[in-house]
Design a protein around this ligand. Structure first.
Ligand code: FES
Length: 114
């Protein structure tokens, strides 16, 4: 499938990554595709808020009822421009700040040289 857009991710460790994207996939699914381990404690049901990211540029689908309700119930915990990655789909090129990632299981990564 030909990419429709580009998602630029600013990761908690300071790295920046640009990946191809599609308007039919939410941000969490895009992250999974590129092995970016975003937290997702409720499995993408707009209940836990652990997947949230901050939008730095670009446009996403508007928040639906479940997302708006969670943000209202926990308004103090959501900063400006934060969205649930499991709910928001990109409408064009977007830049997002990833707030947290699950640390890698060190049994699955190669030893560092030295
Ligand atoms: S994974 Fe729980 S709100 Fe997105």
């Amino acid at each position: 499938m030909h990419p429709e857009l580009t998602i630029t991710w600013h990761l908690p460790d300071g790295r920046t990554l640009a990946t191809p994207g599609w308007s039919k996939l939410n941000l969490l699914a895009h992250a999974d595709t590129h092995d970016l381990e975003l937290p997702q404690a409720c499995g993408g049901h707009a209940e836990c808020g652990t997947c949230r990211v901050r939008i730095l540029a670009g446009e996403l689908t508007p928040a639906r009822h479940e997302e708006r309700e969670l943000m209202t119930r926990h308004a103090r915990r959501f900063r400006q421009a934060e969205r649930l990655a499991c709910q928001a789909r990109p409408l064009g090129d977007v830049t997002v700040e990833v707030l947290a990632m699950i640390p890698p299981d060190l049994r699955d990564v190669e030893d560092e040289p030295g």
